[in-house]
Design a protein around this ligand. Structure first.
Ligand SMILES: [Zn+2]
Length: 296
């Protein structure tokens, strides 16, 4: 039930809910592979350990380029059935034209604290959404495949809310009049800013430090007082709140509290978000279980 996030570095500790894995089509055919020396020779760049997200706690096992919204050539590590399966799951819910925003899809091994296991993350370079990477924890995917789609959909929500049209280009922390997350300023009519206006008080926002890692512990207090959150991690930060509620809405998680229902209703009232729910329904995800820790 724990997730950790650093804005674009979204370190997920939890995946909740039961996903209909029988709907998932496994594709085990081999994809073509190029070595790093070949990619250099071809003039491609970026598929290196640092770009994909390796650090002292994260070892990259496999990375593929996203080519035209599909899983393309492997550019790092070894072939991974889990990475392919995860991408296929994501593609069931997210349209190909949106998956084109991703540059890489990868699998990693978590070397850090086992009490704070990262399940997935999205990273990009600091100033734009170029070199956008989504990665999954392969061992956790194997252990909890039923939870994977909620996690992937949560991650996709972050990409959605920080797309170019959702942000004010050139804004700084001091000039931003909406919400500054430490690197970007939300546009006035952005989904996330409207979400914040609807559900986050100025007082709650004042307790956040831009750029800080969102921790479950940060959300425990808000979770205890407000039944609208899908677990304490959602209560840690508006972006995590939006991402959890988006995943719940898209995958048909039933609200456990009046507050959760308000958030799902808000999601379902957004014409920009309805197509994702429609697509999930077509893929067979009518309703998956609500295993979020109840707040309030
Ligand atoms: Zn997140």
């Amino acid at each position: 039930m724990k997730r950790v996030s650093v804005y674009f570095s979204l370190l997920i500790l939890c995946a909740c809910g039961a996903v209909i894995v029988s709907e998932i089509v496994e594709r085990r055919s081999d994809y073509p592979t190029v070595s790093s020396s070949q990619t250099s020779a071809l003039g491609m760049s970026g598929c290196d350990e640092t770009t994909i997200g390796a650090d002292s706690e994260t070892r990259i096992l496999s990375a593929y380029r996203i080519e035209n919204g599909t899983l393309g050539t492997r550019c790092l590590g070894t072939p991974s059935v889990e990475v392919r399966q995860a991408f296929e799951m994501l593609a069931l819910v997210m349209p190909q034209e949106h998956l084109r925003q991703l540059d890489y899809f990868a699998g990693f091994a978590w070397l850090g604290d086992s009490d704070e296991t990262t399940h997935a993350y999205v990273i990009s370079d600091e100033n734009s959404l170029s070199e956008l990477v989504m990665a999954i924890n392969i061992a956790e995917f194997d252990a909890n495949p039923d939870d994977a789609l909620l996690t992937l959909t949560h991650e996709f929500a972050h990409i959605l809310t920080w797309a170019d049209e959702q942000r004010l280009p050139g804004a700084t922390g001091s000039s931003c009049t909406t919400f500054w997350n430490g690197s970007d300023c939300l546009a006035e009519d952005s989904l996330l800013w409207r979400w914040i206006l609807a559900f986050w008080s100025a007082e709650a926002l004042s307790t956040l430090t831009p750029g800080d890692v969102a921790l479950v512990a940060d959300g425990e207090g808000r979770c205890a007082l407000d039944d609208s959150f899908f677990g304490p991690y959602a209560a840690s930060h508006p972006e995590e709140d939006f991402a959890e509620a988006f995943a719940a809405y898209v995958l048909g998680v039933r609200a456990e509290t009046p507050g959760q229902q308000k958030k799902i209703s808000w999601m379902s009232s957004q014409s920009a978000l309805q197509p994702y729910r429609t697509r999930a329904l077509k893929a067979g995800f009518e309703s998956i279980g609500n295993t979020y820790e109840v707040c309030g």
